[in-house]
Ligand binder design. Structure first.
Ligand SMILES: C[S@@+](CC[C@H](N)C(=O)[O-])C[C@H]1O[C@@H](n2cnc3c(N)ncnc32)[C@H](O)[C@@H]1O
Length: 391
């Protein structure tokens, strides 16, 4: 990620515009960490100044990172020039730092919360890896929409490249945790969900894709007759998953051993060479499910007096049944405004954000935090705690 070191720098008087970047204000934590609110190419984000024994390290803040690395490089160059810093050990002018290519087939979760609709039948693949099965499904069913979920960016890039080369237009790739993704879909809207060779997570079972919660969400989004298909080479994962599937009060399950599919994935080829057994469990949905409300964004119900909060602030870790909130640090902009840094969510996915508090308003930064079940529960804990401190 772009950054530079400098022995000295002169904090410019803010707000100011330098080059292509507006620098709006500075926020400082009790530990002396400095954040600089910046705007470049229409994006709001923070630069971070860390003091160390050789001077300062100036970089982009991870939580508010702009969508393109080039924007951060531009803002850092502008900050270097605005503050008369002499950048040493700098990579901010490097052309080697690449952004994920923008592709019409790569979708963010905002798209699923705000815009997604389709008349096509939906197929979903969880953890598509090299993408062989995903691409095969898309080519076999040009009339269907194939959504591929993957958290490994190089795999996503590889599949997007293949879509371009092979002129495949019915895939949407999503860089998001499959364990939460299904919450964003309408009930009874999906034909098939494929979970092929998921990571077995023998030592960290809470990370497994298959769980009671995932199976319940799958049942909700599947159409009547739709299927959730697990394929695994792990005896352990098979036994664990089977025990989760049979817990369901009413399901149709099919189990197969060493069944050949039309296409063999990279992992599958490896296991076959090693003569390992491969197991399939297919669950068929039988019931229509009730519709659920669309996922919105987290919002605060009332404002907070920043000066009161600052007086009584302390770091806190709050825990619910299967969610948590960590109120980490406070940053002062002036007497009446500042940031609180928080992390929160469930066992499945964590969010990292600032809460920006001014006299007039309170909001998350970035301000598009999705109100998934875990986020909403954790947000309520944060609200209760912050309001409690200030009352
Ligand atoms: C063992 S690989 C299997 C890849 C592919 N299905 C195959 O058969 O070749 C598991 C893949 O799942 C992805 N993955 C793991 N956990 C995930 C999650 N919670 N959501 C989405 N993808 C996930 C990993 O990045 C990895 O690419």
């Amino acid at each position: 990620m772009p950054n530079f070191h400098t022995k000295t720098y002169n904090q410019p008087t803010l707000p100011t515009k330098f080059g292509e970047t507006q620098f709006q204000f500075v926020a400082t934590s009790s530990r002396g960490e400095v954040l600089v609110m910046s705007k470049c190419s229409g994006e709001d984000f923070l630069l971070k100044v860390n003091k160390n024994k050789n001077g300062y390290l100036i970089k982009g803040d991870k939580i508010t990172r702009p969508s393109q690395v080039a924007v951060l490089q531009r803002a850092l160059m502008d900050f270097r020039d605005a503050s008369n810093a002499e950048a040493t050990l700098s990579n901010i002018e490097s052309k080697k730092i690449k952004s994920l290519e923008i592709s019409p087939y790569l979708k963010k979760m905002d798209y699923f919360a705000d815009e997604f609709q389709t008349d096509k039948e939906i197929l979903i693949e969880v953890g598509f890896g090299s993408g062989r099965h995903l691409l095969h499904q898309a080519k076999k069913h040009p009339d269907k929409l194939v959504i591929g979920l993957e958290i490994h960016k190089p795999s996503i890039e590889q599949v997007l490249k293949q879509c371009e080369l092979q002129n495949i237009t019915n895939i949407l790739a999503v860089d998001y945790d499959a364990r939460v993704f299904l919450e964003f879909l309408d009930s009874n809207s999906v034909r098939s969900i494929f979970v092929h060779f998921p990571v077995p997570w023998d030592k960290k079972p809470h990370r497994r894709v298959i769980s009671e919660r995932f199976i319940n969400e799958a049942k909700r989004v599947l159409k009547v007759g739709g299927t959730l298909e697990l394929r695994t080479d792990s005896d352990n994962y098979f036994e664990y998953s089977f025990s989760e599937f049979v817990k369901q009060p009413k399901v149709e399950l099919h189990v197969n051993k060493n069944k050949d599919l039309e296409i063999s994935s990279k992992y599958e080829d490896r296991w076959k060479r090693q003569e390992k057994d491969i197991y399939d469990i297919t669950m068929v949905a039988h019931e229509n499910s009730e519709n659920v409300a669309k996922i919105g964004r987290l919002k605060f119900s009332k404002n907070i007096d920043f000066s009161e909060l600052k007086k009584r602030f302390e770091e806190k870790i709050l825990r619910g049944d299967d969610f948590f909130a960590h109120i980490e640090e406070i940053y002062e902009i002036d007497d009446t405004s500042g940031f609180v840094r928080v992390s929160f969510g469930g066992a499945q996915k964590n969010e990292h954000n600032y809460i920006h508090i001014t006299k007039e308003s309170i909001s998350y930064l970035p301000d598009n935090v999705l109100a998934t079940k875990d986020n909403l529960n954790a947000h309520k804990l944060i609200e209760e705690t912050l309001y409690g401190i200030c009352d």
